[in-house]
Design a protein around this ligand. Structure first.
Ligand SMILES: C[S@@+](CC[C@H](N)C(=O)[O-])C[C@H]1O[C@@H](n2cnc3c(N)ncnc32)[C@H](O)[C@@H]1O
Length: 399
């Protein structure tokens, strides 16, 4: 006997659409009286790195966006529609299914008419998805990126775009590193500068993922530390603090995430070293100027043309430096991805290394990385690489 009811049928359409790829959007609404939750939207978003599913929870006081999978979307319907919300609209590439529960608790399912093509638009004509809603981020005001009315200032739009891009990158990395399942997450941001991206990381963890987070910015310039601490206090960013000091001296007793964005030259190596030694589940670095390898680099004869022109030699040195860093991370139990962080028009230093610690050691992969590291160094005549030196040195005592 078939178990058919409007609810079961709707669920069946939802599961099928998610399984066969025709799912476009699910909107759960009609909040019951007294509910904090107003609406849930699940959709397939298209980013520069491909399509992914996400859930957006709108509550009376705040918005929360999370990466999702099919099971989480089905759960959202099963758990929230009934007690908290009274309607569900499923948009597929061909059909709109409308599920409603009336005041007496009776439910019904109707097939609606799609008034507009529902398919997810291509990345270039899709309205830009913003992880950070300025209204939900008072720190944008205290950092001077938004005005008193909460609107992003005209001269801060590029920075705001960069912050959002960063959050878009960070969220799936946190998920891959298993951090979305944790109650609280401890983050160190080395060379935090004016703090924009440190605040953004705090926002991603606490607001987008709903975790408790202790986020520490480490910065050599005390005046920036003072400014950032004042801004965090003014915006009530609980758990976000900044400390003055050098990365090499930073005490990192335990860290889930280690971030180093545009930390100068070998400061990136010092930050990576801290992350590896702390056993961080996720290490994210966007290297800045690369001065250590360039004077050592001797291109092998058959590749001499690659290093003949100064600009190419500098780029080659950058690539060799970051490849060596990626290999050292792999040799220490991480899976590494390298990609473009922000548009090259903002800064040519836009490479990001994202390292997620393997759940289980993979000795073969680590051994391969060690061999490739040694071969690359030898091939380009490199004698010293700062991260290798640090990793070879005794571990600094930590508190
Ligand atoms: C280019 S800024 C980047 C700031 C921020 N991470 C970002 O990407 O927007 C680099 C910052 O790192 C700091 N810095 C550089 N070397 C450092 C070190 N060894 N220890 C601590 N801070 C350092 C600098 O003072 C500067 O504020």
């Amino acid at each position: 006997m078939s178990d058919s009811s409007p609810r079961a049928d709707f669920l069946q359409h939802l599961r099928s659409a998610l399984a066969d790829g025709s799912f476009v959007r699910l909107v759960l609404g009609k909040p019951r009286a007294g509910q904090l939750l107003v609406k849930i939207t699940a959709e397939r978003v298209v980013t520069a790195r491909g399509a992914r599913l996400q859930l957006h929870f709108r509550e009376r006081q705040r918005d929360l966006t999370k990466p999702a999978d099919a099971a989480a979307i089905v759960d959202a319907f099963e758990l929230r529609v009934g007690d908290a919300l009274g309607s569900a609209h499923l948009y597929t590439t061909t059909t709109l299914w409308q599920f409603e529960i009336n005041k007496k608790g009776a439910d019904r399912l109707t097939r609606g008419r799609l008034s507009a093509p529902p398919a997810a638009p291509a990345p270039h004509d899709r309205p830009k998805h913003r992880e950070i809603a300025p209204a939900d981020a008072p720190w944008l005001r205290t950092l001077g990126l938004a005005g008193a009315d909460g609107r992003i200032l005209a001269d801060a739009t590029d920075k705001f775009r960069q912050i959002n891009r960063y959050v878009e990158l960070l969220l799936p990395l946190c998920e891959q590193a298993g951090l979305t399942a944790r109650e609280s997450v401890r983050v160190f941001d080395m060379g935090s500068g004016k703090g924009y991206l440190t605040f953004a990381a705090w926002h991603a963890l606490t607001r987008s993922l709903g975790r408790r987070a202790e986020v520490s910015g480490i910065e050599a310039r005390p005046e920036l530390v003072e400014l950032c601490n004042a801004a965090a206090l003014a915006a009530n960013c609980d758990g976000l603090t900044f400390t003055s000091g050098r990365i090499v001296d930073a005490v990192v007793p335990a860290a889930d995430v280690l971030i180093a964005l545009h930390a100068c030259d070998t400061a990136t190596d010092e930050a990576l070293f801290r992350g590896i030694r702390a056993g961080a589940a996720l290490i994210v670095a966007a290297p800045c100027c690369h001065k250590e390898i360039r004077p050592q680099l001797r291109a092998p004869a058959e590749l001499a043309a690659l290093a003949r022109h100064g600009i190419f030699a500098a780029r080659l040195a950058d690539m060799v430096t970051d490849s060596l860093r990626a290999l050292l991370l792999e040799a220490h139990g991480y899976q590494v991805k390298v990609f473009e962080f922000i548009d090259a028009s903002h800064t040519p230093k836009n490479t990001m290394l994202a390292a997620v610690r393997r759940a289980r050691p993979d000795e073969a992969a680590a051994g391969r990385a060690r061999a490739e590291f040694a071969a690359l160094k030898a091939r380009f005549g490199i004698e010293r690489q700062h991260l290798e030196t640090l990793l070879g040195a005794p571990v600094a005592p930590s508190a």
